[in-house]
Write a protein that binds this ligand. Structure first.
Ligand code: DAH
Length: 337
C-alpha cells in the first residue's frame, strides 16, 4: 500500500509537469481528484490495511491528497489569470468609448467673447472676487448714499472693514488703471455677486465681462464701433442695434446697447418681453473723477468702458429663457450646448 501511494505520487508529479493548459489541467482533475479518481480509489483501499498500519498509511494518503490539491489550485490560478489577461488584450473587441466631458456653456461663452476682443487688440485681466468698498464703489464715483451700496444688493463679508463680494467687474478697471500706464486695453471676465432673490432673470452669483480702453483722444465713436463689431461677430452681421442714453456713476455719458431679439427677429416674444429688443451691454466714457482717482490725468487721457452680463450673452446665444437652467447642470441640457 505504501508503495502504491509512492507510485501514484510520482505518476501525479509527472503529469503535473506535463500540464500545458487549462484543458489538460481539467483532464488531470478528472483523472485524480473526482469521486471516481485515483486518489479516492486508493483511499477506499485503506479498509484492507491492517489496523496497526492504518494511522501511518492514512497519514501518507492525507499528505498526498493535500499535495495534489495544493498543486492543482496553484496551476488553476496560473491558467485563470492567463485567461483574464488574454481577454483584457483581445484586440478584436470593439474599442470602449470613454465618456467625453465638455466645457460649461458659461466657460464657452467667456472663451468666445475673449477671442473676439483679443482679435481687436484687447488683453485679458482678472481681479479678486473679494473686494473692498473702495474698489467696488468709492473709486468708481458712487456717492456715499448710492442705493447700490445698500445691504440689500451687496454681500458684505465684514461690514466694519467694508470687505464685500464684488457686485460687478468694474473694480478690476480701478486696479488696472492704478497699476498700469495708458494705453490700457483689456477685458476682465469674472464672477460677481448680488444679494438678490433668484428668478428666471436674476441670479445671486453670475458673471460679467468688463472692458476698458484708456488712451489719448479716445472717442465715443470708437466705443460704439467696438461694441457693434463685437455684437456682429457674436450674433451675426445682420443684427439691428440701437443705443439708449443711460446712467452709471463711473461713466459720462453712459449708454446701453440693445440688439433686435434674434429669437423673434424683432416681432416680440417672451425672451424680449414683447419689445423686440434685447439689452446686451452697458457702456460709456470713463468719468473724469474715476480717472483722477486712479492717477490718470483726464486732461491728457480719455477712455471708454463697457460691461456685459455673461449669462445674458449665453442665454441669447442658445435661446435659453431662464438663467437658472445654466446652473442646474442637467446633462440633458448641457449636452445640447
Ligand atoms: N458695472 C455695471 C453693472 O454691473 C455694468 C457696466 C456699465 C460696466 C457700464 C461698465 C460700464 O464698465 O461702462 O451693471
Amino acid at each position: 500500500m505504501i508503495n502504491d501511494i509512492k507510485n501514484l505520487r510520482s505518476e501525479i508529479e509527472n503529469s503535473l509537469h506535463s500540464v500545458k493548459d487549462a484543458i489538460e489541467l481539467e483532464q488531470f482533475r478528472l483523472k485524480h481528484l473526482v469521486q471516481k479518481g485515483t486518489l479516492r480509489a486508493l483511499t477506499d483501499r485503506l479498509r484492507e490495511v491492517p489496523k496497526e498500519e492504518k494511522p501511518h498509511v492514512g497519514k501518507q494518503l492525507n499528505e498526498l491528497r493535500q499535495f495534489v490539491e495544493a498543486e492543482y489550485h496553484k496551476l488553476r490560478e496560473v491558467y485563470e489569470t492567463a485567461k483574464e489577461e488574454r481577454n483584457a488584450l483581445d484586440l478584436t473587441l470593439p474599442g470602449r468609448t470613454l465618456p467625453k466631458g465638455s466645457l460649461h456653456p458659461i466657460r464657452q461663452t467667456i472663451d468666445r467673447m475673449t477671442d473676439i476682443f483679443i482679435r481687436m487688440g484687447f488683453e485679458v485681466a482678472e481681479g479678486p472676487d473679494i473686494e473692498d468698498d473702495y474698489h467696488n464703489f468709492e473709486a468708481l464715483n458712487f456717492a456715499p448714499d448710492h442705493p447700490a451700496r445698500d445691504m440689500q444688493d451687496t454681500f458684505f463679508i465684514e461690514h466694519k472693514d467694508k470687505v464685500l463680494l464684488r457686485t460687478h467687474t468694474s473694480p478690476v478697471q480701478v486696479r488696472l488703471m492704478k497699476s498700469m500706464k495708458p494705453p490700457i486695453r483689456a477685458v476682465m471676465p469674472g464672477r460677481v455677486y448680488r444679494n438678490e432673490s433668484i428668478t428666471a432673470r436674476a441670479l445671486a452669483e453670475f458673471h460679467q465681462m468688463e472692458g476698458l480702453y484708456i488712451n489719448k483722444n479716445v472717442s465715443f465713436a470708437e466705443l460704439k464701433g467696438t461694441v457693434i463689431a463685437f455684437a456682429q461677430q457674436m450674433y451675426g452681421h445682420d443684427i439691428n442695434y440701437r443705443f439708449r442714453a443711460s446712467y452709471f456713476p463711473f461713466t459720462e455719458p453712459s449708454a446701453e446697447m440693445d440688439i433686435t431679439c434674434f429669437l423673434c427677429k424683432g416681432k416680440g416674444c417672451r425672451v424680449c418681453k414683447y419689445s423686440g429688443w434685447l439689452e446686451v451691454v452697458g457702456c460709456g466714457m470713463v468719468h473724469p473723477n474715476v480717472l483722477t482717482e486712479c492717477g490718470i490725468d483726464p486732461e491728457e487721457y480719455s477712455g471708454y468702458a463697457f460691461g456685459f452680463g455673461i449669462e445674458r450673452v449665453a442665454m441669447l446665444l442658445h435661446g435659453i429663457d431662464d438663467a437658472r437652467m445654466l446652473y442646474e447642470n442637467d446633462v440633458r441640457m448641457l449636452r445640447q450646448l
